[in-house]
Design a protein around this ligand. Structure first.
Ligand SMILES: Cc1cc2nc3c(=O)[nH]c(=O)nc-3n(C[C@H](O)[C@H](O)[C@H](O)COP(=O)(O)OP(=O)(O)OC[C@H]3O[C@@H](n4cnc5c(N)ncnc54)[C@H](O)[C@@H]3O)c2cc1C
Length: 314
């Protein structure tokens, strides 16, 4: 499989849990070979932490930790079928994030393997960003006590809106606009979930990990629809979620993705600068994948990094 995947016309896609929102682990407009990491799933729980292989699922991580301790866990997502490697590289938010930050904030060491199977973590330059990722991120050393309430409001909508106006004026305006729109379209089934981005994760700098969306972001908003009717319900529910997306589109920016093939620095930076912000250039310089073996719709182009590096040194 690995030999075949060096054929230029074939892409390579990596999959663990298959929960990629854009389906990028298992769908592409080019033919590809899928490397499924489901056999790389060992988890070793130690006194101060745990070594997890990339292909383990979050549910397995929680289970293995719970076998050893009833009072420890790992701050990560709520879906047990999501893969460790893919989850941690995208930030990772969950029920413990107010106190412990994102999953990526709690990585203290990692083995990074290149396309030929060599561990390259120790071979990268000392000043490169990857070294920052592989070391514990800075903490402010403050102790804070926080009370968090999940509440069900028992009054009517008008009372809720005026209460929110008083306590959370900006959020209230935003939600009120949404409620009007959503009432108008009577979607009923699709769900908008607001995940608050506050607490510990805001104390970590944008530059400490590749995931930069911290203090200035108040919410992550998820759109979801689920159904029990199997394929029978597919068209109807896809239609509902697409309607919701259409109504929400004016509030969002579509970041875009790489052109298929080797994206140039200019093309990749058009979306990556918004996603990775100031970390994009630093991530390109890490050069863990100089041959661009793992290139895909959301990868950071290493070859472009090489020419960009040359331009910089000139
Ligand atoms: C129902 C549902 C619930 C979710 N809940 C949460 C949540 O509570 N908290 C949260 O933070 N997120 C949540 N997510 C988002 C989820 O964490 C991400 O979509 C994650 O990337 C999915 O990982 P996966 O292994 O399941 O998906 P996959 O589709 O297998 O992989 C996701 C992406 O990561 C890439 N990838 C896989 N393995 C590696 C690797 N070893 N190295 C580099 N890249 C790799 C894949 O190529 C793909 O592009 C949820 C998603 C869904 C669908």
């Amino acid at each position: 499989i690995i030999e075949l995947s060096f054929v230029p016309s074939l892409g390579v896609r990596i999959r663990i849990g298959g929960h990629d929102y854009d389906g990028l682990s298992h769908a592409s407009s080019v033919p590809f070979i899928m490397v499924d990491l489901f056999n790389m799933r060992s988890i070793t729980v130690q006194y101060h932490g745990a070594w997890m292989m990339s292909g383990a699922k979050l549910g397995e991580v929680y289970y293995r930790i719970a076998e050893k301790s009833k009072i420890h866990s790992y701050p990560a997502g709520v879906c047990p079928a999501v893969g460790v490697g893919s989850h941690l590289s995208g930030g990772g938010y969950g029920n413990l994030m107010s106190k412990y930050g994102f999953s990526v904030d709690n990585i203290v060491d990692a083995v990074v393997v290149d396309a030929s199977g060599d561990d390259v973590a120790d071979k990268t330059d000392e000043d490169l960003f990857i070294r920052v990722v592989l070391n514990p991120v800075a903490r402010k050393g403050q102790v804070a006590i926080k009370a968090k309430f999940n509440a069900l409001f028992l009054g009517d909508a008008q009372r809720l809106v005026s209460l929110m106006d008083e306590k959370f004026p900006e959020l209230s305006q935003y939600c009120f606009g949404l409620i009007i729109k959503l009432n108008m379209i009577q979607l009923q089934k699709p769900v908008l979930t607001f995940n608050p981005y506050e607490g510990k994760k805001s104390e970590v700098s944008e530059l400490d990990t590749p995931f930069p969306h911290r203090a200035e972001n108040i919410y992550k908003i998820q759109h979801a629809v689920s159904w029990k009717e199997g394929v029978e319900g597919l068209d109807r529910n896809l239609d509902l979620i697409r309607k919701l997306y259409d109504y929400m589109t004016p509030f969002y920016i579509d970041l875009g993705i790489n052109e298929i093939g080797n994206a140039s620095y200019e093309q990749a930076s058009s979306w990556s600068m918004k996603y990775f912000k100031g970390n994009f250039d630093r991530l390109m310089l890490v050069m863990v994948d100089p041959g661009n073996f793992f290139t895909y719709e959301q990868s950071i182009p290493s070859l472009a990094a090489a020419s960009w590096k040359n331009r910089m040194s000139e």
